[in-house]
Design a protein around this ligand. Structure first.
Ligand code: PMV
Length: 376
């Protein structure tokens, strides 16, 4: 697949109005994407668990614009954004940029007014990035609109199963242009993004469902998110990715991600949780090490992040647990563990870890199956 394959060539814009709705989950990377080239092409491949309960729910209502008002110049996209029922101006610039980036592939964007109504299942200021779930939800809604406008074209050109895979691929392709990691939120349960030799179908352009063998140890894998710091991110991921330009360790890091992904593929098949832990924790700490050694440099962990990590290590030492942690580009900790340890690890979290969370807040989630269309 190339970018050209995602350009919608002809469509029927006689449809006056309609509405589509999707819920799309967040995801947590096991091998991290950190560093990108132009057009949101990743410097290294990544793989993530799709989450189940941390989701964005988005409805887009589209209404045909008066053709004389549709000037083919920027900023002629016409949309309003509502977040949790209230009009939200703050989200508009990001969506404007997103529309500009995807217009080549969705030429109908200027023909309609879009009312975008969105909400999250997790608290807004929780320090959980909503860009993956948010951007993937919008991308999926736009794909559903594209499908409504182009039914004839699709039915003659592709079979149903090809159509479903094209739909998911293009949704992921578009989501990537909104926020890189969002391309891993369309499907479950494990998604790879970025070309890697060990995964034949992998691509830099979109995320693909991991089709390798996955051992039953990973069934319903648990992710409890400990909210150590609910504030605004100290470094946006845009700035973070830029810090990898000219970073003294960048090339080695990109190479390591390729190797870790290839190894993880074997580990997912064998179910070796000790080896799983080594890769996942090493990836989290490497991501933070990259930020600590960039110029300018940042420490995104908080003292309580380290307290939690040390407690997890001590608990593993003391028990036979396979609990481990991973981190995003912030202070919050994702505690990962097998479903069969659910009761004991939750007990441990409540007794020993939540004291390090802001207002003792944490969110229980688990590996999920991907986005779902909701009938409006
Ligand atoms: O999708 P972005 O640009 O917000 O980058 C996300 C990067 C990490 O969350 C730190 C790692 C990842 O692979 O999700």
């Amino acid at each position: 697949m190339t970018e050209q394959d995602f350009i919608l060539k002809s469509y029927n814009s006689n449809i006056e109005s309609g509405s589509v709705k999707w819920e799309s989950p967040s995801n947590i990377a096991l091998v991290k994407y950190w560093g990108k080239k132009d057009h949101q092409i990743p410097e290294n491949p990544s793989i993530s668990f799709t989450l189940s309960d941390c989701k964005t729910i988005t409805e887009i209502t589209f209404t045909k614009r008066d053709p004389s008002a549709v000037l083919k110049v920027t900023p002629s996209f016409d949309f309003d954004v509502y977040f949790e029922g209230k009009k939200n101006e703050a989200f508009k610039p990001k969506i404007q940029t997103f529309f500009e980036r995807i217009e080549t592939y969705m030429p109908f964007l200027r023909d309609y007014h879009f009312k975008i109504e969105t909400s999250n299942t997790f608290p807004h200021s929780s320090g959980i990035a909503s860009s993956a779930s948010g951007m993937s939800a919008i991308a999926l809604c736009l794909m559903s609109i594209e499908r409504l406008l182009s039914t004839d074209v699709i039915s003659t050109e592709r079979s149903m199963s090809d159509e479903k895979s094209h739909f998911n691929q293009k949704a992921s392709f578009l989501a990537r242009l909104g926020s890189g990691s969002a391309c891993r939120s369309i499907e479950g349960e494990l998604v790879v993004w970025g070309k890697n030799e060990s995964i034949a179908e992998s691509s830099d352009l979109y995320g693909v469902k991991f089709e390798g063998d996955v051992h039953s140890n990973f069934n319903n894998y648990q992710d409890t998110i400990l909210l150590v710091d609910k504030g605004e991110k100290q470094v946006s991921s845009t700035v973070g990715h830029q810090l990898m330009y000219g970073h003294p360790f960048a090339q080695e890091r990109f190479k390591q991600a390729h190797e870790n992904l290839a190894q993880l593929k074997t580990i997912l098949a064998s179910g070796d949780l000790d080896e799983f832990i080594k890769i996942v924790e090493n990836e989290a700490l490497t991501l933070h090490a990259m930020m600590m050694t960039s110029m300018p440099y940042f420490i995104l962990m908080k003292p309580n992040t380290l307290e939690i990590i040390n407690k997890i290590w001590a608990y593993r030492e003391k028990t036979d647990s396979k609990v481990c942690f991973t981190l995003d580009a912030g202070a919050n900790v994702h505690v990962l563990y097998p479903q069969k340890e659910q009761d004991s690890v939750l007990e441990f979290i409540k007794n020993e870890l939540i004291r390090y969370c802001q207002n003792e807040h944490y969110i229980c989630d688990q590996i999920g199956k991907g986005a779902l269309q909701i009938n409006s």
